[in-house]
Design a protein around this ligand. Sequence first.
Ligand code: GAR
Length: 194
Amino acid sequence: MARAVILASGSGSNFQALAEAIEGTKHSLTALICDRKGAGCFERAEKLNISARYINYAEKKREAVEQELLDIVNSTGCDIIFLAGFMRLITPFFLDNFAGPVINIHPSLLPKYPGTHGIEESYGSGDLELGITIHKVDYGMDTGPVICQRSFIRSGRESLEEIEVKIHELEHLWYPKTAIELLDKSEINSEVKQ
Ligand code: GAR
């Protein structure tokens, strides 16, 4: 059994997709941590009966907040962290001090359109092939090694809302599948370390 923590900032549809998938496995999702008070992910966590914590980035220096984050994550025995719409940069300090991998999902075919407007920028580009990327987090912004990319070809007649729906459908299908595979691997790795 491997343990995961999810960090989110928004509505939490990816958090929910991950939580529901992990529920049906031997792995465990120990907590949701969110940096935005009142974000939709809190309501989803309550319905799913998953412990949720707010982390306040506003009042302390970044390193102190990340130390707090590390303390929470490590206190749950977490093996792997999934970012699900977490709109903060994870710094080298955190990555160097967390033993497991940190995984992110991004709504574009990276390295195209990194940052906070992946869907809008993909939509506004002339690209016909659009999609999603699941990657390991490294020191850069949306730059880490790619684990999975999935795409579709648009006709060019879709609205932004229709493209958003297609992107979220891909995310909700592939993030859980990839996450379970990573949890399986993470379990094997921790057995090897013991
Ligand atoms: C998702 O589309 C995710 O890919 C994106 O935020 C959205 C969160 O939606 N993440 C990024 O843009 C990261 N750079 P959700 O709160 O409904 O899961």
